[in-house]
Design a protein around this ligand. Structure first.
Ligand code: ZN
Length: 456
């Protein structure tokens, strides 16, 4: 069978299914929204997956996010055809179907909500779950707003009413925003992540994942990314939090991820599940002029370096850039290569900076840098010659020009003899180490694949 949901071909849209979205069920200490997906699928065996589960990352700059600001959407219904294995829950293989039909959304919601109510971390202040079931997708506008802005719950509920959705809100109900936004996502650029989950007795203990097997997997696969950091040796497929996730491998090919999962050695997982996701897509980035920067936005700004980089305490570097208006860009010390590249910029360099906007002081926290054009670096070699006396003039001080000691003739600073010096930086892309990238961060290896799609 042709498995379009597993490859980079356009995802078949409009496949009838009932979309079950949920969000904000986790806390910094425990639950994980993607793990809730496995619990729901385990309990809702009478429904089939019609398409892959979707893991949708939303605006990384919202102040109340729990961890990665992840929402999940499960397309459920009655599957038609053979189906393909896309996971295993407690040892039971799970299939997903390319075609199918929708089911009663109210019935689906009432069963799924019971699972959420049993396991969500209601005690955590920041945990405000929401769950949406709908046979008609909300407008994809809600996805784009939720990945880039802060969307009011009232706007989302108005849209949910308009499409005839059913939903449950808990506590302040903020999770409904992510749940509806995940349900409204129409994947254009997309990646996959295969996630393995730990057995309950191991959750909270140190994860046993063999480093060597992660590195081998990284070498043997072509399209996986963010596996480990060759610089520091940091393994990035295992999370740092005490959540049920054992590891997650990201990549551009679902088939390859299914193979990659089997290459990892370590503790036996309880379950695993393949997700279609917006991770690694830069969907959060908005192309922007400096005068239009607003706090909380993630932006792409093209500008010219306006002043020499300055180092501040902690090894961070600040570079002032201008596109007519000016802003300081901060390159933090842990950003490694990105920080080192920033130090080597000089006034006149043309750059594209990706980053998030900080309110006070108004600045950009750099996520990624592209150097488009390097200015010529010059060093003064000789003072100008007096045309009358044929003698070298004397300097009047930095930027003050020159004067002949004999006849008093003057010359501007630019009259000196200069020699071009070599630059210690090249044009191209610079990015931080794997450990300091966000979920939505589009790695450079994905940028070069399709350079224009990011020019939104
Ligand atoms: Zn002279």
């Amino acid at each position: 069978m042709t498995a379009t949901i597993f490859c980079r071909a356009p995802v078949a849209l409009g496949v009838p299914a009932t979309y079950l979205g949920f969000d904000d069920t986790d806390s910094p200490q425990g639950m994980c929204t993607t793990f809730l997906a496995t619990l729901i699928l385990d309990e809702l065996r009478r429904f089939d997956l019609v398409g892959l589960p979707r893991l949708v990352r939303l605006n990384p700059n919202v102040p109340w996010k729990t961890r990665g600001n992840a929402a999940v959407c499960l397309p459920l219904g009655r599957g038609v055809g053979g189906g393909r294995i896309c996971g295993a829950i407690n040892g039971r293989p799970l299939k997903c179907y390319e075609r199918g039909s929708s089911v009663d959304q109210e019935e689906l919601l009432s069963v799924a909500a019971k699972v959420l109510e049993r396991v969500a971390e209601f005690d955590c202040d920041k945990t405000n779950p929401g769950m949406v079931a709908t046979n008609k997708k909300p407008s994809q506008r809600f996805y784009w707003r939720a990945v880039r802005e802060v969307v009011p719950l009232s706007d989302v509920e108005r849209e949910l009413r308009a499409v005839g959705a059913s939903w449950r809100r808990y506590k302040n109900g903020r999770g409904v925003i992510g749940a509806a936004s995940a349900a409204s996502w129409r994947p254009h650029d997309r990646t996959w992540e295969v996630i393995s989950y730990r057995t309950p007795d191991r959750i909270g203990t140190k994860r046993e994942v063999d480093r060597g097997s992660v590195i081998r997997m990284d070498h043997k696969t072509k399209s996986t990314f963010h596996n480990y950091d060759p610089g520091s040796g940091h393994v990035a497929i295992t999370p740092a939090s005490p959540c049920p996730v054992l590891f997650g491998i990201r990549g551009d090919s679902a088939d390859e991820l299914l193979r990659a999962r089997k290459m990892i050695r370590g503790e036996p997982p309880l379950s695993w599940l393949l997700f279609l996701t917006n991770q690694g897509t830069d969907d959060h980035i908005v192309r922007c002029r400096i005068r239009d920067l607003e706090p909380g936005m993630s932006v792409r700004v093209q500008a010219t370096v306006a002043a020499s980089p300055r180092s501040i305490e902690g090894g961070h570097v600040i570079v002032r850039v201008s596109d007519g208006d000016e802003v300081d860009v901060a390159f933090y010390e842990p950003s490694g290569d990105l920080n080192r590249a920033a130090r080597r910029l000089i006034p006149g360099d043309l750059v594209v900076v990706y980053g998030s906007v900080r309110d006070s002081p108004r600045s950009l926290n750099a996520e990624k840098l592209r150097v488009l054009h390097l200015a010529v670096a010059r060093r003064k070699e000789t003072n100008p010659l007096c045309v009358m006396c044929d003698k070298r003039m004397g300097s009047l001080g930095v930027g003050q020009g020159y004067r002949c000691k004999r006849c008093g003739a003057r010359a501007p600073a630019s009259a000196a003899g200069f020699a071009e010096t070599s630059r210690e930086i090249r044009t191209g892309w610079y990015e931080p180490p794997v450990a300091s990238r966000r979920h939505l961060y589009r790695p450079i290896r994905r940028m070069s694949r399709d350079n224009n799609s990011n020019l939104l």
